[in-house]
Design a protein around this ligand. Structure first.
Ligand code: PCA
Length: 189
């Protein structure tokens, strides 16, 4: 079988958390999932910089798909994100101290861009392994949305598809389970 490349990203800890389950889960993924060879990168929780590093990695590995993973501490289900919006609005500073208030990500970009991977199928695949999942229509306005929107904008019209999955705290869903769930979502892509 011809091998495809998947770039998977997780985040560093931020706010009051000392670990980030997104990276803990991404770390636990096997090197090969279905048709994909997995390349992984740890990203800083910094507006602009997270996307810049992800785009730099993508320019090196030429992925067929990019799946970004982040923590949504207030959620209890796994939530693939349907859409990225063109705004930065932070309630806490990012890890570089930046706290934008309603700024556009890209002054020339559309208000929103839909994910280019089959997020509905991902929700079904996660639910099928017995873990609560729900399609989300808001990735927030913090660094996760910044990353999703920026990647969708950058790879718009190219063969590289992009999606984002928010996962809950490890106390709600253990990171081993989240890793298993990510595999199921990737196999459904
Ligand atoms: N979650 C944050 C940024 C990093 C992360 O893991 C968010 O939802 O924007």
């Amino acid at each position: 079988m011809e091998s495809k490349t998947l770039l998977v990203t997780g985040f560093e800890p931020f706010g009051t958390e000392t670990t980030n389950p997104s990276w803990e889960a991404v770390k636990r993924l096997p090197d090969r999932i279905g048709a994909y060879r997995v390349e992984r990168r740890l990203l800083p929780v910094e507006f602009g910089q997270a996307a810049a590093l992800a785009i730099d990695a993508a320019d090196r590995v030429h992925p067929d798909a990019i799946l970004c993973v982040g923590l949504a501490a207030s959620r209890t289900a796994i939530t693939p994100e349907a859409i990225g919006v063109n705004v930065r609005d932070a309630s806490i500073p990012d890890n570089a101290g930046s706290k934008p208030e309603g700024d556009p990500i890209d002054a020339c970009g559309p208000a929103a861009i839909f994910s280019t991977l089959p997020v509905r199928k991902m929700v079904e695949a996660i639910t099928a392994v017995g873990i609560p999942a729900q399609l989300s229509y808001s990735a927030g306005t913090y660094v996760c949305n910044d990353l999703l929107y920026s990647l969708l904008r950058r790879f718009d019209g190219t063969r590289t598809r992009v999606a984002f999955i928010h996962i809950p705290l490890a106390s709600a869903i253990p990171v081993e389970t989240s890793a298993r769930v990510l595999c199921a979502a990737i196999e459904a892509m």
